[in-house]
Design a protein around this ligand. Structure first.
Ligand code: 3HC
Length: 699
């Protein structure tokens, strides 16, 4: 215990002269679980009752001030005192109080600080109200007290963006009273308590301050969030709660409470919190831990879109890269793309000009593969042809130093076959980046049969350095993401064959939360890629019993074009905004007539149900056969690599909201139309029988 009197396992208080000190010590981030809440109320009451202090200073032990409510408690039975009650009790203290912030004061943590009578922060600390990112709103007075200190516009900015602001900005806006250069939080707490007593650090109850109404700011923010994020109900709730800050404090707090409760009960909260913990869970596995190898210099083979994106990502993380291409022209193109990527990062405010210059200076372009002799890791990102990859890995085996890791960025090829081209299969693994590789956060880390544990752990260390989300995958065609995509992609074409229009499918899935429907994505990415793949599959021979769904897409490519790059695809783009292409309707009618299909009507819900049921079926198989370690790994692949709506938590989190029984019933019903495509995965059938969920498998 940091102080001599404990009021709970994690809160203690003591005295230094006339300054009472209250310390929260609840690792890792001092979240306000029940022991913190009860401990704080009891400590402040005891100090007020004892009457020995003239000031109370609250500080935290460990790496940070309170970083928020304990979000594991959401959805659990409520335990009093609630955090709003704690804040009200702190604000009511007859003895003046001050908070000393180090690390981060976030959400409920910053709300506790707002309820004390002054806020002092260490240089470098950050504060914010990031609740909206978890599907809720500030619920312990943040929407009511921050406007009293900093006005409605600043509160809207902080609470609706959820950003972590520098405390120096907080001083400008009145949200923080003072920043101190350096020191130990306890020592600063003593000094600030003494200043409170001396009157050199002014204190006041935030709740006593009036708020200036700002209807214009409220209305424009409401319009902005409803346009930008129509799926998230909590954003509008947050704005409306802030609007209530012009009312007397207790009335405003009651309204905030009502609004946060609605958010807590919504499935969005559960989806977004699953995403928060999932992002951390994927690397919380034994394979990601333990010994790692050096990552001081990386080699990238291939200066195309992927190779350039991977190189950019490494340079942005401060890792020198040797980029290899076979011809000068390709190398020049690669360097130009990397330069453009880095310039884009500067213009988006992601890096400073100086950092961009330093990053570019760490790039060594070369035409000689022999130049990879001293790198710690090579990432091959050339054309997806097994013969080419085998040849490259054979050469790398003779060129690279012992212990260097040899990785392939293949998106579906067999890593074991590639590894077997070397005499060091233990050093080989897959590192599957997603395009654009310097932006997309997913990295599938593919374990070969013989990959050594330290090589695998280095893959996770690389993901961390690149600020990516590394997910472990086993070898199979397409690994986790592309394998599942390959399966549910077919249901989209079946829906259009059987009666939906491409625009119907896009509208339904955008309504579900996808940023863009699959046909718009196809037009944007270029329909030629899918066309070539289908032609190749046809040449190789489609599996017996498989219903071919590509006729419509094939004819669009042959008669209309490849999407945006040729001006026409599923949509026309004459005015910029996509308009359904009437020629596509004719093609659809022609194909349906040819195949003797009588079109059916699909509601938006039917479309979402068929699409998601197909998605979940293959995802269940991927978990069942061990390609993904747990359901949460599948979820994070789709959130960070494929733009799956974050508030849905991922396909298998969403699956739990439907339930295995209902999913099995749906598959069996659809199977009457196409028993080959619609098959119940064994895992799902077992879950339906046992009454278990995907969440159970994450534990
Ligand atoms: N509740 C419970 N656990 C939390 C937590 C929280 N609020 N915040 C972080 N943790 C856990 C993490 O899950 C992780 O656990 P693990 O080690 O078992 O994986 C551990 O604390 C450390 O977290 P990070 O790995 O994220 O550590 P970093 O140092 O990278 O980041 C942080 C620290 C900036 C505090 C980051 O954890 C964060 O952003 N946390 C969430 C902050 C937040 O959203 N606060 C608002 C909560 S909602 C609220 O307060 C409601 C109120 O208005 C009523």
């Amino acid at each position: 215990m940091a102080e001599s009197n404990a009021t709970s396992d994690v809160v203690s208080y003591g005295y230094e002269g006339e300054v009472a000190l209250v310390c929260v010590d609840n690792p890792p981030v001092n979240a306000t679980g029940i022991a913190v809440r009860q401990g704080l109320v009891d400590a402040f009451k005891a100090i007020n009752d004892e009457g020995k202090a003239k000031a109370i200073a609250l500080y935290c032990a460990g790496r940070t001030f309170i970083a928020g409510a304990d979000i594991r408690e959401f959805g659990q039975p409520r335990k009093d005192p609630s955090l709003p009650e704690v804040c009200n009790a702190l604000e009511a203290s007859a003895i003046p109080t001050v908070s000393v912030i180090h690390g981060t004061a976030l959400g409920g943590g910053y709300e506790v600080a707002l309820a004390t009578h002054a806020r002092v922060a260490l240089k470098g600390a950050k504060f914010g109200l990031p609740e909206v990112l978890l599907g809720i709103i500030p619920g312990a007075g943040g929407t009511q007290r921050l406007p009293r200190l900093s006005g409605i516009p600043f509160t809207l900015d902080i609470a609706v963006s959820g950003r972590h602001a520098k405390v120096e900005e907080g001083v400008d806006k009145g949200a923080i009273d003072r920043v101190v250069e350096a020191g130990d939080p306890r020592d600063i707490a003593i000094a600030m308590g003494q200043e409170v007593i001396a009157g050199t650090l002014p204190t006041r109850r935030t709740g006593d301050i009036d708020v200036t109404p700002d209807e214009a700011a409220i209305n424009s923010t409401l319009a902005m969030v409803e346009k930008k994020n129509p799926h998230l109900i909590n954003l509008a709730e947050c704005v409306k709660a802030i609007a209530a800050s012009t009312k007397p404090l207790m009335e405003g707090l009651a309204e905030e409470r009502e609004r946060i409760m609605r958010c807590i009960e919504s499935p969005q909260r559960s989806g977004l919190i699953h995403a928060f913990f999932g992002e951390r869970a994927v690397s919380n596995i034994p394979e990601a831990k333990g010994e790692t190898r050096a990552l001081d210099k990386i080699g990238v083979i291939g200066g195309g879109t992927m190779g350039s994106g991977i190189t950019t990502s490494c340079l942005m993380a401060g890792i020198p890269v040797r980029l290899i291409e076979v011809q000068q022209e390709g190398l020049d193109r690669g360097v130009a793309t990397i330069t453009k990527n880095l310039d884009g990062a500067v213009s988006r405010g992601k890096m400073s000009q100086d950092k961009r210059d330093a990053a570019l200076a760490m790039l060594e372009p070369s035409l000689a593969m022999e130049d990879l002799s001293d790198v710690d890791l090579v990432i091959e990102a050339v054309f997806e042809k097994m013969e080419i990859k085998k040849d490259i890995f054979g050469k790398l085996d003779t060129i690279c130093k012992p212990g260097a890791i040899l990785a392939s960025n293949t998106s579906y090829l067999d890593i074991n076959a590639i590894a077997n081209m070397t005499n060091r299969p233990q050093d080989v693994l897959g590192l599957h980046f997603f395009s654009p590789a310097h932006v997309m956060r997913l990295l599938e880390i593919v374990q070969g049969e013989k990959t050594a544990p330290d090589a695998l752990a280095t893959g996770f260390a690389l993901a961390k350095k690149l600020k990516k989300v590394g997910v472990l995958a086993q070898v199979c065609d397409g690994f986790i993401g592309n394998r599942i995509l390959g399966h549910y992609g077919k249901v989209i074409s079946y829906l259009v064959l059987d009666g939906a229009s491409p625009a119907d499918v896009d509208r339904a899935l955008e309504g579900f939360g996808m940023a863009m429907g699959p046909h718009k994505v196809g037009d944007l990415a270029g329909l030629d890629i899918g066309y070539m793949t289908r032609q190749r599959r046809k040449e190789e021979g489609l599996p017996a019993n498989e219903r071919y769904g590509g006729d419509i897409a094939d004819l669009i490519c042959e008669r209309e074009g490849y999407g945006r790059k040729t001006g026409k695809g599923y949509y026309l783009y004459e005015t910029g905004a996509p308009v359904p292409n009437p020629a596509v309707e004719e093609i659809i009618n022609e194909v349906r007539a040819d195949k003797g299909i009588t079109p059916k009507t699909f509601s938006d819900q039917d479309i979402v149900d068929r699409y998601m049921t197909a998605f979940i079926s293959e995802a269940a198989r991927v978990v069942e056969d061990g390609t993904a370690k747990r359901p949460v790994d599948v979820d994070m692949v789709f959130l960070f690599g494929y733009g799956f709506p974050r508030h849905r938590g991922g396909p298998l989190h969403y699956a739990d909201s439907i339930g295995a029984k209902e999913l099995v019933a749906r598959i069996e019903a659809y199977a009457k139309e196409d028993p080959n495509y619609w098959q119940v995965p064994d895992l799902l059938r077992k879950m339906a029988e046992d009454g278990t969920t995907f969440a159970d498998m994450n534990k």
